[in-house]
Design a protein around this ligand. Structure first.
Ligand code: NAD
Length: 414
């Protein structure tokens, strides 16, 4: 491209949009120049104020996605809006490009790529149709602990004693911040869809040799279990209802708040490789806990984001406001608390945003792209099938392309 700087437009300036904005202080060669959000909240204005305060772009609020695309200063879009508007946003992008608007090179989209395999495939079809470069925003693959841990285990342990055979990943917290995440129809599922997209992908990434394509590992079987352990208890169901003006009804339409899955892969020599993923919205600890492990014949890696290093202590006399200033999804403000000093860096947002920017500027497809987003969604849908049928499902199951989990139809009755 003619310019050496990328102008970025953000669609959605909510929770994760602001994570990207805060991370941008460490991203070079790109400025955030615009934000589009829903007209009935003030997240676009808040995001623009944060962008300007941090000096990461002379951003302004645009009225619509099409208006933002029409501005030739915008070269790439970051889709950070909720799951239930993915397709309409991507269709608006494709229509604008087909109508000859703008100078877009690429689009990066937050996880999950779609609420089911059909939606994820549609996202991929649309970027291919209009010739955009595509990035799938899976931050955990870019977390320094994962990047460095993978590099060391493969270069020292695997090179001398053989490749790793088991990777475990867990993502756990006490529940999402916005009501739409809790509603199966809007979000696409419960915690399995919301958070296992991270865990299955980061574990698959650890087991894949550095630089090797994802198809060097072939998924062959999936088994999974889902439960609603906490949030359909009447006291907690009532709390969800109160927080959502009655829209979230876990007495009648719960979603899973606990899920585990085992994905069995074969490598190119036919050897078994196993991914074990666990996720929950009913974990109570200091805050968000990401744990990952990789095991091989003579080596292992373990990561726990709550073993962060710094810790602070507040006595019972410190009765401040509840907040998320110590760690994401914080549960307490008193006692001994771990501090994740730079969440944008440690969770991988800086690395992922830098990679997307550099790929778009170079005109190359990001290493994590919509094809990966489709593959992740297909594994998650197979996990839902397994949990529903209480059996192991050979991959790929025949009805994958059209499958919609019962929880996404408001029909799951655990
Ligand atoms: N990578 C991660 O770890 C991570 C963490 C949180 C959320 N996410 C993903 O990011 C996405 C957004 O989640 P969030 O937590 O920021 O949600 P949120 O509800 O906090 O914010 C959503 C934002 O999207 C805007 N929006 C809603 N509908 C829109 C539309 N039609 N057009 C333009 N903007 C619209 C809202 O105004 C708001 O600014 C979700 O897909 C979620 O799964 C990823």
């Amino acid at each position: 491209m003619a310019t050496k700087r990328l102008g970025v437009g953000m669609i959605g300036g909510g929770f994760v949009g602001k994570f990207h904005i805060r991370s941008w202080v460490a991203v070079r060669d790109a400025d955030i120049l615009g934000v589009v959000s829903r007209p009935d909240d003030n997240t676009a204005e808040e995001a623009v104020a944060l962008i300007r305060q941090l000096g990461v772009g002379q951003a302004k609020v645009y009225e619509s996605v099409a208006d933002m695309i029409a501005d030739p200063a915008i070269h790439a879009l970051w889709i950070c809006a909720p799951n239930f508007v993915r397709i309409e946003i991507m269709e608006e992008i494709a229509d604008a490009i087909e109508g000859g608007k703008g100078e877009l090179i690429g689009v990066a989209c937050e996880k999950p790529l779609g609420r089911n395999a059909a939606e994820a495939r549609r996202m991929l079809e649309l970027v291919e149709k209009v010739g955009l470069l595509d990035g799938y925003l899976e931050n955990q693959l870019f977390a320094p602990a994962i990047v460095r841990g993978k590099e060391l285990l493969w270069s020292r342990g695997a090179a001398l004693t053989g490749p790793p055979y088991l990777a475990r990943a867990a993502e756990e917290h006490s529940g999402p911040h916005m009501p739409w995440f809790w509603q199966g129809e809007l979000q696409g599922g419960g915690v399995l869809n919301d958070m296992m997209c991270h865990s299955v992908e980061v574990a698959r990434f650890l087991l894949t040799a550095p630089g090797a394509a994802r198809d060097t590992l072939t998924p062959v079987k999936v088994s999974a279990h889902t439960s609603c352990l906490k949030w359909q208890q009447p006291h907690y169901a009532d709390r969800l209802a109160a927080n959502s003006g009655g829209k979230t009804d876990y007495r009648k339409r719960p979603a899973e708040d606990f899920a585990r899955a085992l994905v069995e892969y074969r490598d190119s020599d036919g050897n078994e490789r196993v991914v074990e993923a666990t996720t929950s919205w009913c974990f109570v600890g200091a805050g968000l806990r990401l744990s990952m492990e990789m095991l091989g014949p003579e080596y292992s890696l373990s990561v726990n984001t709550l073993d962060a290093g710094p810790k602070v202590f507040f006595s019972r006399e410190v009765k401040g406001d509840a907040g998320e200033d110590i760690v994401e999804k914080q549960n307490a403000e008193m006692g001994l608390m771990p501090v994740v000093s730079d969440e944008g860096a440690e969770y991988g947002y800086i690395g992922e945003d830098r990679h997307m920017v550099q790929s778009f500027l170079a005109g190359t497809r990001p290493s994590e792209n919509f094809s990966d987003g489709v593959a992740v969604t297909e594994l998650l849908m197979t996990a839902y099938m397994s949990a529903d049928q209480e059996k192991t499902i050979p991959f790929p199951p025949p009805d994958l392309a059209t499958f919609v989990p019962a929880v996404a139809k408001g029909e799951w009755r655990p």
